[in-house]
Ligand binder design. Structure first.
Ligand code: SF4
Length: 227
């Protein structure tokens, strides 16, 4: 996890929180190459609100956070009721979204919700950050790195900050659950561990804190805001 801390991004440890992940729909408005959930996607299946409530009730004593996933969770018509249900048990909500339906956030209940937008790149891939409308709601960006999108890393980080005022950027490696069904597995697109570690170390040592003169000039935050 990277945090924006002028002048640039710094690495932060992730704090463990008892978390439940619930896949509330098998529907999605995209069909990405390498989708970890491709084996489940269809055009019809939503979890019912009743089933959702039953699950939350049975785990409420053990979890502090629920992550809503799919498919595309913002397509679920009752996602607002699900957020309210979590809140009732004092459980926070995080939504993992592809961002294509992001304007729906304005219709959600007035309860704080963490939004994480997953992307495969900035402009060059089928799931680019550049296609997601800018919004005022605070978001975190999750960049799924794979062999063919490494060159996008710098631009994703820059765009996350400049277009979304994003304060948290997650870097993750693409993996798959469709074959094994119960554990994550490397795919042909997955960067091997050694290369992945080198890539991140190199990014942190060089680009992450490099000044960008044009942004220094027009920066609304004053001082230096750098990638
Ligand atoms: S947006 Fe997510 S769930 Fe939908 S096809 Fe792409 S990777 Fe799969």
């Amino acid at each position: 996890m990277l945090k924006l801390k002028t002048p640039g991004w710094v690495e932060k440890p992730i704090q463990p929180v008892n978390t439940l992940q619930i896949f509330i729909t098998n529907r999605c408005n995209m069909r990405c190459k390498g989708c970890f959930y491709a084996h489940k996607l269809d055009n019809i299946s939503d979890m019912s609100l009743e089933q959702y409530k039953t699950i939350v009730k049975s785990y409420a004593a053990y979890v502090k956070k629920i992550i809503l996933l799919g498919g595309e969770p913002l397509l679920h018509k009752q996602i607002g009721d699900m957020i309210i249900e979590n809140h009732k048990y004092n459980i926070s909500t995080t939504i993992y979204t592809n961002g294509r339906n992001i304007e729906i956030l304005k219709d959600l209940p007035n309860i704080p919700v963490e939004i994480r937008i997953g992307v495969f790149g900035n402009t060059l891939t089928e799931k680019p950050l550049s296609k997601i409308p800018s919004i005022t709601h605070p978001v975190k960006i999750v960049f799924m790195l794979r062999k063919d999108n490494i060159s996008e890393l710098n631009n994703v980080a820059l765009s996350a900050e400049s277009r979304f005022n994003c304060q948290t950027l997650y870097l993750s490696s693409i993996r798959d659950i469709s074959v094994t069904k119960d554990y994550w597995k490397d795919t042909e697109e997955t960067i091997n561990n050694e290369d992945y570690a080198l890539l991140i170390q190199n990014f942190m040592k060089t680009e992450a804190r490099k000044p960008i003169p044009s942004r220094r000039l027009g920066c609304a935050y004053g001082a230096r805001l750098v990638l």
